[in-house]
Design a protein around this ligand. Structure first.
Ligand code: CMP
Length: 140
């Protein structure tokens, strides 16, 4: 069995109708969707999700953006899920993202950067449980 990562398609990409295209990129890259939903985070929940960034200058902007509309959250399974997914999405700043990456294709700037990907195996598990109960996490 592969490891997991957690992704969120961010509010701007949802509003611009890129959900289907982004999920297609993800599946075509060999990731298996083992949990999926649309949700909107209240401010408090967004603050907890991004707690590690609470002292950064961009924290308020990040939280205000992430609570501004629905997001599509998914748990993805693959060997080397975290690292391979970060390669698929590209750099945080779309201006620096490689051709063909999801952020190069769909992101606007560092805040409105289309998609989130976990930064470690440990955080992936934590983030999966943050959004999904046991009955909404599938192995198939
Ligand atoms: P994400 O992968 O969701 O995790 C943390 C987020 O912080 C990141 O995407 C960016 O949207 C945001 N972020 C990181 N660095 C900056 C920055 N320098 N300016 C604005 N936002 C940032």
């Amino acid at each position: 069995k592969g490891k997991i990562t957690l992704t969120m398609i961010k509010p701007t990409a949802v509003k611009e109708h890129h959900v289907g295209d982004i999920l297609a990129h993800i599946e075509h890259a060999g990731f298996k969707i083992i949990g999926l939903k649309m949700t909107q985070m209240p401010k408090e929940k967004a603050m907890v999700f991004y707690e590690v960034h609470k002292d950064k200058f961009f924290f308020d902007e990040l939280v205000n953006f992430m609570k501004s509309g629905p997001v599509v959250v998914a748990i993805l399974e693959k060997e080397n899920a975290v690292k391979d997914f970060r390669e698929l999405i590209g750099s945080t700043d779309p201006a620096e993202a490689e051709e063909g990456t999801i952020r190069k294709l769909f992101a606007k700037d560092k805040t409105h950067n289309a998609i989130h990907g976990s930064d470690s195996d440990e955080n992936a598990v934590k983030e999966a449980w943050f959004f999904f109960s046991e009955m909404d996490q599938f192995r198939y």
